[in-house]
Design a protein around this ligand. Structure first.
Ligand code: HEM
Length: 518
């Protein structure tokens, strides 16, 4: 090597060393500008920091309070807010059909990536996560009668049994022994037993034994990951989406999945036997039984894998959602004695107190005040408190807001309504933070139509909740049965509830004393 070569090499190395911080800074600025201007979102209002980095949003979600932070952002910036470089939160009804409407091309995109599971045949076709609209339509259609309103009367006796068990347990442990009851936990266990029984005809006796297999804990522990990594879905494949990484974190989930699968297989055998014995078609009918009947009538309509997926989906979707709603209803009733009294009067006038420990769904579902109480509690405390995001189609989309302003966005943007925010829109729900069931009774037809449209606790459009009728049946039987049987008082030593939002807005600390109502 010559002297000149050595000299030139050292000059260029020095230059690179001196330039590299500047170069890195330049790259950083270019990256931030790219984030700020990407997908044509630079004109969408929102905090500057959120438009250039996903970190503020992930931090807000990680704290469990993104519903409150997002509400503040909407109050400050209006009905359309950019909450991260590629995410837009909206609460403008004029945009509703474009995003969720039946002919909308918006689709379930990246946020759902951490909830997507794969087996040897590929993506497990859980309707919640399906971006493929054809497959989604097939899945919805092949289980439609198992989730339908008409099927409810065959489910009612199953829920009745679970409710009797719950009331027996509450009587024996909390009324007789005057213990403080963590009603929130009891409601989760009720919801788990109910959804297991509705789906399979049997349950794990959560109400008496608790979460002995750690199923609820596993779901709860997984939610912060799903909520945060859903903001940067590309990261999932390097984290739990990577089989090597996942191996280190997998607990007893395999054995649990195995247990649920064994229940499916057991119940399947029993159900097949009953079908072959030509059972009375009006007898109580589990979800699994209904799907097996569908399959026996038309085998091509439903595969075994699809049946298992629906059954699994129920267990994962039916516990925390329903129990969060029930907690909200009971919380607002206990905190608002006037509303509680008015509801008791309505139930007694309808003669539901003479029916025995469990009220009938048919009778309770006719009561307007009960229905208003449930709706209002789920308005103020929807079980899902994050955006229900949809991906902008490849062609991009121009959205026209209620003021007629056009917003063009290109593919890569995730946009959606958050029930927690939409249901607090003061233009639609005046005095939005107040618990006022009568607003659902007093509203004129036009306002009621707007309120119903803005009430999205069960989601929206083609992906709206499949289990909503099942859940409403559970709540419509549970709430009157509970409040006709017990006086519920806030436990003296208990603080107020706290709420953690990792997609589900779960409450903690619903501690009450139960006394027999006379
Ligand atoms: C109060 C109780 C419940 C609430 C508030 C609730 C809420 C929701 C919401 C907001 C969605 C839409 C999610 C999204 O767009 O990303 C959804 C979807 C879904 N829920 Fe529920 N849910 C409840 C109970 C249930 C129950 C009991 C079941 C099962 C029996 C169930 C099964 C499903 C399924 C399968 C989907 C996916 C539907 C689709 O994507 O087509 N849910 N639910």
């Amino acid at each position: 090597m010559t002297f000149s070569q050595i000299y030139l090499d050292s000059v260029s190395t020095n230059a690179v060393l001196t330039l590299s911080p500047a170069f890195i800074l330049l790259l950083l600025i270019a990256g931030l500008c790219y984030s700020r201007f990407r997908c044509h979102l630079n004109a969408v209002p929102g905090p500057l920091i959120n438009s250039i980095s996903s970190l503020p949003r992930i931090w807000s979600i990680w704290k469990g309070s993104s519903h409150l932070d997002d509400l503040e952002l909407h109050r400050k910036y209006g009905k359309i807010v950019r909450v991260s470089p590629t995410t837009v939160s909206v609460c403008d009804l004029a945009l509703f059909d474009a995003i969720y409407g039946i002919s909308s091309q918006f689709y379930k995109a990246g946020f759902y990536e951490p909830c997507r599971f794969y087996d040897e045949e590929g993506l497990i076709p859980d309707p919640l996560v399906l971006g493929d609209k054809t497959m989604h339509t097939r899945m919805k259609r092949n289980a439609a009668n198992a989730y339908s309103l008409q099927g409810l009367f065959q489910i009612e006796p199953l829920v009745n049994d679970v409710l009797r068990d719950l009331l027996d347990h509450l009587d024996q442990v909390y009324v007789a022994q005057k213990k403080t009851c963590d009603l929130g936990e009891c409601m989760l266990y009720f919801a788990m037993d109910a959804i297991f029984t509705i789906t399979f005809g049997t349950n794990l006796d959560f109400v008496r034994k608790g979460d002995t297999k750690g199923l609820c804990k596993q779901v709860r522990d997984g939610l912060p990951y799903i909520a945060c990594i859903g903001q940067i879905p590309w990261a999932h494949r390097f984290l739990l989406g990577n089989s090597f990484v996942a191996k280190f974190f997998s607990g007893p989930s395999d054995s649990l999945a195995g247990e649920i699968m064994a229940t499916i297989i057991d119940q399947r055998a029993a159900a097949e036997k009953r079908i072959s014995e030509d059972e009375d078609p009006s007898a109580p009918c589990t979800f699994l039984m209904r799907l097996l009947r569908n399959q026996s009538k038309n085998p091509a309509s439903l595969t075994d894998r699809e049946i298992n997926t629906h059954a699994f989906g129920n267990i994962l979707a039916g516990g925390d959602t329903t129990s969060t709603a029930v907690r909200a209803i009971l919380y607002y009733l206990i905190r608002n004695p006037k509303v509680m009294n008015q509801l008791v009067v309505e139930l007694r006038e309808a003669g539901l107190d003479k029916q025995g420990p469990v009220v009938s769904y048919r009778e309770a579902s006719k009561l307007p005040y009960l229905s208003a109480v449930i709706r209002e509690a789920m308005r103020l405390h929807p079980s899902v408190g994050m955006i229900l995001p949809r991906g902008v189609p490849l062609t991009g989309a121009t959205l026209v807001d209620e003021k007629g302003k056009k917003h063009f966005m290109s593919a890569g943007v995730e946009i959606g309504f958050n029930p927690w925010i939409m249901q607090r829109d003061p233009d639609i729900f005046p005095d939005p933070e107040a618990f006022k069931p009568e607003r659902w009774i007093d509203a004129d037809a036009d306002n009621l139509a707007r309120m119903n449209r803005a009430w999205i606790a069960f989601g929206a459009g083609r992906h709206s909740c499949s289990g909503q009728h099942i859940s409403m049946l559970e709540m419509t039987m549970l709430i009157p049965s509970m409040i006709l049987r017990y006086n519920m008082k806030w436990a003296d030593d208990a603080a107020d509830i706290s709420v953690e939002n990792y997609f589900f807005t779960m409450q903690k600390g619903l501690k009450v004393k139960l006394e027999a109502r006379v």
